[in-house]
Write a protein that binds this ligand. Structure first.
Ligand code: ATP
Length: 427
């Protein structure tokens, strides 16, 4: 066979191998681990091999780079010889060879294969796995030397240790899985709530003092029965003197059993009360309530006064969303009335409102409700008809309930008003 033709075939083979190495590198850098793991669990052997290779990433990348460089250098050297044989002028042949090979290697050996592999990374990593696995074994001595060199360099430059996956990274993986259709919106919300649960404090979820339905210790049975039936609550705190001194909690089942056995006084059927602070982690509260087999805790403020109460349901709602039982009136705290308009309860969580409106802003440390946010922006107790602009929203107080907002109207005019970060009062 004509030696020039042999050379041409070897050059073509080298460019194909160069394409293979480049595509393999991109595929292994971009494939979706969860997807491949699922395939491996279903018995796909190539998927299992991909995972095994990816776990040994340093050796894999050394093998790819060694292979890629060998074929690229070999192709260029052979091309120089080939062009020297074809073109009489030596200088011209070197220039032509360099130009042609740069163009060929760049286009067919790098850009095209990398672009294609990026589009089908899982498929390509599985396709390329057996050969790269074979080369990894063959090139072990060489890649061993390179790995040593790599470790030495990392030690010299003291590369920061991998700190594992952060919470934000985990959440963005879940969001990506949702966008990619791997999990549905409800599953994604559930998983994200469970992850974010660890950051919640009692202050984010408790029912404030103003909303507590409680009775004094000397309450008579008829009044207590009425309180149970009118409020619909299953547990009523009992206080001595005033709300700052809650001494126990009466459970309606115990109470109605007691009513039949007239003799048992309320103080004897009261469940013990535990006090917690607003800063307590909801995680710890859950553990405490479970251990003590209680459903309700009283929240104290820094002065020792009662700030509110918190129940097991308040905790669980943070993971699974609102829970409505048979007696609850369904209240939609953030109700979208048109494309850019919302009716929002003053007691709605400000974080949830910002989340719903995609506002990337952290509320002030002490502000947990929409009511608190409006008070903070206005700098005083709101009044019906007040309106203000903040974060590109026009907010108008619709109805007050005493000194707090019952409902307000939110107009989201960010598209028309740019990002509107200014906060100005206008009432
Ligand atoms: P259950 O569902 O066990 O019958 P419940 O409906 O009375 O109890 P929870 O489900 O524990 O009450 O809580 C529902 C909401 O009502 C929570 O936000 C909780 O903080 C609040 N809540 C419960 N009891 C009282 C009460 N006595 N006064 C004010 N708010 C209460």
């Amino acid at each position: 066979m004509d030696p020039q033709l042999v050379m041409l075939f070897v050059i073509i083979f080298c460019v194909i191998m160069s394409a293979y190495f480049s595509a393999t590198e991109t595929a292994f850098n971009t494939f979706n681990r969860i997807r491949v793991k699922n395939m491996a669990e279903k018995g796909n052997k190539k998927a299992a091999l991909v995972l095994k290779l990816a776990d040994n990433y340093d050796s894999l990348i050394s093998t790819i780079l060694i292979g890629n460089n060998i074929v690229n250098i070999l192709a260029s050297s052979l091309a120089t010889v080939l062009f020297a044989l074809l073109i009489a002028n030596q200088e011209a042949s070197v220039t032509v060879s360099t130009l042609v090979m740069t163009l060929v290697v760049l286009t067919f050996g790098e850009i095209l294969p990398k672009t294609l592999a990026k589009q089908f990374p899982e498929r390509f990593s599985m396709f390329s796995a057996p050969l790269i696995n074979f080369l990894l074994i063959v090139l072990t001595p060489l890649s061993f030397i390179f790995n040593l060199l790599q470790r030495l360099i990392s030690r010299i430059f003291k590369a920061e240790e991998d700190k594992g996956m952060t919470e934000e990274e985990l959440i963005s993986i879940i969001e990506e899985a949702e966008e990619g259709g791997g999990i549905d919106e409800e599953e994604s919300t559930l998983i994200r709530s469970a992850i974010e649960f660890g950051e919640l404090e009692v202050g984010d979820i408790f029912t404030p003092r103003i909303d507590i339905t409680a009775v004094p210790e000397d309450v008579d049975k008829e009044t207590l029965a009425e309180v149970f039936s009118e409020s619909g609550y299953s547990r009523i705190p009992v206080y001595s003197g005033d709300l700052d001194n809650i001494i126990g909690i009466v459970y309606y089942k115990d109470f109605f059993t007691l009513s039949f056995k007239e003799s048992t006084p309320i103080s004897e059927i009261m469940k013990p009360v535990i006090y917690v602070t607003k800063k307590m982690q909801v995680n710890d509260l859950l553990k405490d309530l479970q251990e003590k087999q209680l459903h309700m805790a009283v929240v104290s403020d820094e002065y020792g006064s009662t700030a509110g109460i918190v129940t097991l349901e308040d905790v669980l709602e943070e993971i699974v969303g609102d829970i409505w039982d048979e007696h609850d009136e369904i209240v939609e705290e953030i109700k979208q009335t048109s494309e850019h308009e919302y009716i929002v309860s003053g007691m709605a969580s400000i974080e949830k409102l910002f989340e719903e409106l995609d506002i990337d802003e952290e509320p002030e440390e002490d502000t947990s409700t929409v009511n608190g946010w409006a008070m903070e922006v206005l700098g005083r107790i709101p009044e019906e008809g007040d309106s203000f602009e903040a974060l590109g929203l026009t907010v108008r107080v619709l109805k007050m309930d005493g000194r707090r907002i019952e409902h307000l109207h939110v107009l989201d005019n960010r598209e028309s008003a740019g990002d509107g970060d200014e906060e100005k009062e206008d009432d």
